[in-house]
Design a protein around this ligand. Structure first.
Ligand code: VGL
Ligand code: ZN
Length: 206
């Protein structure tokens, strides 16, 4: 059994959003087309309380992009984004949701961030996604969404570590690119971990 995982395709990560990813909306048609090829589709949702400690605004004097220590972990500070109940936390207009079997919220604990759809950044708590996929008999996951260099990368690394055959679709992702080569670095890091990097065209025609 194969599953398609849509990572954080939410309004705040699209052009005009609070944490806009350049060209982020380009992943929507690819996510929609790929869904037609899968029997199981799930999505993660970045879903922070307003007092989340990853928000620069919650650290007086700090700016987005600065790095702090949060409970022993390096934490990049972000603009306020994907706040529970806000429109920015909603899924992208145009993203097909009718086939999505389950939504896995993450980043809900104000004290720790969660880039991966499986675990928080300290690997302290699971979201339930791993157990859910195993219960469904999933052995292979294909991952698209936002952003390549954060939530896609860490979701893929955890999927691989949990024993799933893991494929990331590079053109079905876009990066934050705090540094201009962060997309390339993230792809290299995933490949080095044994994650397959397969262009959407190869999956759609395969
Ligand atoms: C993300 C930064 C902060 C992501 C989420 O979805 O990649 N990046 N929160
Ligand atoms: Zn976030």
């Amino acid at each position: 059994m194969e599953a398609l995982i849509l990572v954080d395709i939410q309004r705040d990560f699209l052009p005009g959003g609070a944490l806009a990813v350049t060209d982020g909306d380009a992943v929507i048609p690819i996510a929609n087309q790929l869904q037609l090829h899968f029997d199981l589709v799930v999505t993660t949702q970045d879903f922070h309380p307003a007092n989340h400690q990853s928000f620069a605004a919650n650290h007086p004097g700090k700016q987005p992009g600065e790095v702090i220590q949060l409970d022993g972990l390096d934490q990049v500070l972000w603009p306020v984004h994907c706040v529970q109940g806000s429109t920015g936390a909603e899924f992208a207009d145009g993203l097909h949701m009718d086939k999505v079997a389950q939504i896995f919220p993450k980043g809900t604990d104000p004290e720790i961030d969660s880039y991966s759809g499986f675990f928080d950044n300290g690997h302290r708590k699971a979201t339930g996604l791993g157990d859910y996929l195993k219960e469904k008999g999933v052995t292979k996951v294909v991952i698209v969404g936002l952003a390549t260099d954060y939530c896609v990368k860490f979701t893929a690394l955890d999927a691989k570590q949990l024993g799933f055959e893991t494929v990331v679709v590079p053109d079905g992702t876009r990066a934050v690119n705090l540094q201009s080569d962060d997309f390339d670095k993230a792809i290299q890091e995933m490949e080095a971990a044994g994650i397959q990097v397969v262009h959407s065209e190869a999956l759609l025609n395969g």
